[in-house]
Every structure is written in C-alpha cells, then in structure tokens.
Unconditional design. Structure first.
Length: 78
C-alpha cells in the first residue's frame, strides 16, 4: 500500500494477498479530512535480488526494502 508515488517507495510486499489486505485497511481507516484518497492501491514491480536491502517476515508481512532508484516498470493492479 502506497500513499506516495510508487516510484519513490521503498517498502514492498512479496505477496499480492498481503498487499491487498493492507490496501483494504487503508480504505476502511482513511477519512477524507486526513487524506484525499478513496483507499489503498496495489502495485507490482520486479527487482533484482541484489537490489533488495532487507527482507522481513515479521508479522507475516513478507516485506522487502528496495533501493528506490531500482524500482521501475511499475504496474497498477488495484
């Protein structure tokens, strides 16, 4: 789930289901006075493993941190 343009983001979920869960939480918890959005979006991209800074599966989120300049070819799959 991203609040900023996806090409500036660094945190990505490996599981589409996990990403969609996070996007759904944003839809339920955001108010229009706090954020001008109708909810979360889900994006897909591919990165080379050597561009991954870190991986964590704490809280079963399957999350990677990626060098932001290595993020390209982003597809909106919302």
């Amino acid at each position: 789930m991203l609040f900023i343009p996806p090409e500036t983001a660094q945190s990505w979920k490996l599981s589409e289901n996990v990403a969609r869960t996070f996007a759904g939480h944003v839809r339920m918890s955001c108010s229009s006075s706090y954020m001008n959005t109708k909810g979360g979006k889900v994006y897909r991209t591919l990165v080379d493993p050597e561009n991954v800074i870190a991986y964590t599966n704490s809280r079963k989120e399957q999350e990677v941190i990626v060098f932001q300049e290595m993020i390209e070819n982003i597809e909106d799959i919302t």
